[in-house]
Write a protein that binds this ligand. Structure first.
Ligand code: AMP
Length: 281
């Protein structure tokens, strides 16, 4: 497996592997089974797989955890090796953002709700770095996790709008025993907080199953879920959205169509996100 640190090294790697499909799995490192599930999908495409590991400062707000974000480069490289990556791209800030920046990529209304509402600039940071990775690596395929469903939707739209010749593939959410969605940020949780965090999955399951029952409105389902499960957890947002355009569904009408119950929650000072997608006919 090759370790690539500069754009020139990526280009050389590409020249040497010209004819194979090239699959990119972009990550911020601190790799866990959520990431390795994406690598499995990448490997099944039978091309060459590049995993990028870069903690992108552009997508962190001023009060967020950029400096403390878990970094474990050695372990991550070994995980990529044993999961069949042909190369790991490990750029630093000098490689990704040399000099003054003038250009950013912004995908409009898909970022009005969910995480976009409370993290101004976050998705502009994500789309800008992903567009750069796409231009540097020129993959034929890229794999993103559906845990970050809004991110997945925004990247898909960016690719469509800007005509990137790249197929975007979504990987299902991988959960720990008990249902907590795997996340690099789970490392911040104390044992007690980890236990408390299991309620996030219970609340989303309650909302999704209750929606299928057809008797309760979004309003009723959400307030019941909060009362039953989320008393010890600070809610950043929690709602039911149309999963095609990420707009909140009407709060008082019967639920119908392709939906996603999604939320962000603070367990202690750790911000966790999760979602559940489902269809009501
Ligand atoms: P991150 O390193 O957190 O930026 O995540 C890199 C990629 O892994 C993103 O596409 C995430 O959606 C995906 N990912 C993170 N956690 C999970 C999970 N529990 N299940 C599936 N994909 C995940």
């Amino acid at each position: 497996m090759e370790i690539l640190r500069t754009i020139k090294e990526v280009r050389e790697f590409k020249r040497a592997n010209r004819d194979a499909p090239l699959v990119l799995v972009p990550t911020m490192g601190a790799l866990h089974e959520g990431h390795t599930s994406l690598m499995k999908i990448g490997k099944a495409l039978k091309g060459k797989m590049i995993v990028s590991i870069y903690v992108n400062p552009l997508q962190f707000g001023p009060d967020e955890d950029l400096d403390n974000y878990p970094r474990q480069q050695k372990e991550d490289i070994e995980i990529c090796r044993s999961d069949g990556a042909a190369a790991v791209f490990l750029p630093d800030d000098e490689v990704m953002y040399p000099g003054e920046r003038f250009t950013a990529v912004r995908v409009g209304s898909l970022q009005d709700h969910l995480c976009g509402a409370g993290r101004p600039g976050h998705f502009d940071g994500v789309t800008t770095v992903v567009a750069k990775l796409f231009n540097i690596i020129e993959p034929t395929h890229a794999v993103f996790g559906l845990k970050d469903f809004q991110q997945y939707m925004i990247i898909k739209k960016m690719v469509e709008d800007l005509d990137f010749p790249i197929e975007i593939i979504g990987g299902e959410i991988i959960r720990e025993a008990g249902g907590l969605a795997m996340s690099s940020r789970n490392k911040y949780l104390s044992p007690e907080e980890r236990k408390r965090a299991l309620n996030i999955n219970l609340a989303l399951t309650y909302i999704a199953e209750g929606s299928a029952d057809g008797k309760l409105s979004a309003d009723a389902l959400i307030s019941d879920a909060i009362a039953k499960y989320l008393s010890g957890i600070r809610i950043d947002y929690l709602d039911i959205y149309d999963s095609k355009n990420l707009k909140p569904v009407p709060r008082d009408l019967p639920l119908k169509g392709d939906l996603v119950a999604a939320g962000a929650f603070f367990v202690g000072s750790t911000r966790l996100i999760d979602n559940m997608r489902y269809t009501i006919r």
